[in-house]
Design a protein around this ligand. Structure first.
Ligand SMILES: NC(=O)c1ccc[n+]([C@@H]2O[C@H](COP(=O)([O-])OP(=O)(O)OC[C@H]3O[C@@H](n4cnc5c(N)ncnc54)[C@H](O)[C@@H]3O)[C@@H](O)[C@H]2O)c1
Length: 363
């Protein structure tokens, strides 16, 4: 089973597909129809560890000369230094304007490889093969690429659209459970801002061994989420308006990640708590939302950080240093109702502090 969507962008349209065991066919068809002289394979180190024989077989069968570049796991790979190493690798190995870069991995591999592809020779063709749930439903679509700077996350980068996105759920067979749950947070975000069916469909995450989930149901869920992302980025490719709705829960989450030094809490865990905080704040500013649809999934999360180590004033300061400030006040994506996100500036900091208190009670 495989399904395909098309993303329309200023740089051209590109297909996004999801299915089980589809990557061989998709890559072979792409290269059969291209005049590429060679290609580059940029792979996450854990993906390489588990899937090296299969990837080698695919590229051997494609028959073009290729070079592989392994990306160490972790956020530290989204650095200026690692970007430099990546671009050096391309330039020293004869990259041409028509040499595609195939990025196989999670959001870290995709963001770094995408930025390297956008900057080498002012842009070479890019193909995303996302291998985490998060990358399948979110980071591989929409053209945001980039790396971190010492002053903050994702501060250096470019909008650079891929030629194709191929999400093969077979890769998820080796994904650690914690990473599945990280991806779940972004899935629930789509449920909150766009489509309530997603909540019920996400119950498959309660399966004890996630490698056993029904592939058809999983693919249907991923496709639905991809559809939400495609729809939003098509309406607002360069984030001037509705694309900001994708940040639901993220203003709280980014502060939490920073307060926890980016290692005691994962992005997905922070987004889950951030969504609960954003719902709480939505209620404080006068909307009326029952958080049950998201709270149901609380037992799936194990937070490794304690609330004693987090100071609410400091969390609010971190929010202020985020990119979304207007005249010293913090802007949030709140819910006017389920599937009705709104952008709101909240001036009353006691409301924000109280929402933090509500979220931190979960820890
Ligand atoms: N560009 C965007 O629009 C966008 C959107 C959301 C998030 N992001 C970025 O994405 C990054 C997070 O991405 P992520 O959650 O995919 O994390 P990740 O890339 O770090 O992958 C998570 C972990 O899973 C491992 N892994 C990946 N695929 C695997 C597989 N199939 N089998 C076994 N192990 C596997 C990795 O080695 C890593 O340890 C962040 O840097 C975030 O800023 C970007």
């Amino acid at each position: 089973m495989s399904t395909k969507l098309t993303v329309k962008s200023a740089a051209g349209d590109y297909p996004v597909s999801v299915g089980f065991n589809i990557v061989d066919e998709a890559l072979k068809t792409y290269f059969d129809n291209s005049s590429a002289p060679a290609c580059f394979l940029f792979v996450d180190e854990n993906v390489w560890k588990h899937h090296q024989p299969k990837l080698k077989q695919i590229f051997d069968e494609i028959g073009l000369p290729y070079r592989s570049f392994i990306i160490p796991e972790g956020e530290k790979s989204k650095s200026i230094k690692q970007w430099q190493v990546a671009v050096n690798f391309l330039l020293k190995n004869g990259v041409r304007r028509n040499t595609p870069l195939v990025a196989v991995g999670g959001g870290i591999t995709g963001d770094l490889s995408g930025f390297a592809a956008s900057s080498a020779l002012r842009g070479i063709p890019l193909i995303h093969v996302p291998t985490t749930v998060l990358a399948m439903v979110d980071s591989s679509i929409g053209g945001k690429t980039g790396i971190n700077h010492e002053t903050g996350k994702n501060l250096i980068g470019a909008f650079y659209q891929p030629e194709m996105v191929v999400a093969d759920t077979q890769f998820l067979q080796t994904l650690p459970r914690k990473e599945w749950i990280n991806g779940l947070s972004e899935i629930l975000k789509y449920g909150a801002i766009s489509n309530s069916d997603i909540f019920e469909m996400s119950e498959l995450f309660f399966e004890e061994d996630l490698r056993q989930v029904d592939q058809q149901e999983l693919i249907k869920l991923i496709e639905l989420c991809m559809g939400v992302k495609v729809d939003i980025v098509q309406k607002d490719e360069f984030e001037g308006g509705v694309r900001a709705f994708l940040n639901f829960g993220h203003t709280f989450a980014h502060a939490l990640e920073k307060a926890a030094d980016f290692d005691q809490i994962s992005h997905g865990e922070a987004v889950f708590l951030g969504m609960l905080a954003a719902i709480d704040l939505s209620n404080r500013v006068g909307f009326s939302i029952d958080d049950r649809s998201i709270r149901t999934f609380r037992p799936l999360y194990n937070f490794g950080v304690s609330s004693d180590s987090l100071n609410r004033d400091r969390l609010i300061e971190y929010m202020k240093s985020d990119k979304k400030m207007v005249n010293e006040h913090i802007r949030f994506i709140l819910l006017k109702g389920w599937q009705h996100p709104v952008l709101r500036t909240v001036k009353d900091e006691t409301q924000i502090a109280d929402s933090w208190l509500a979220a931190l009670k979960e820890l």
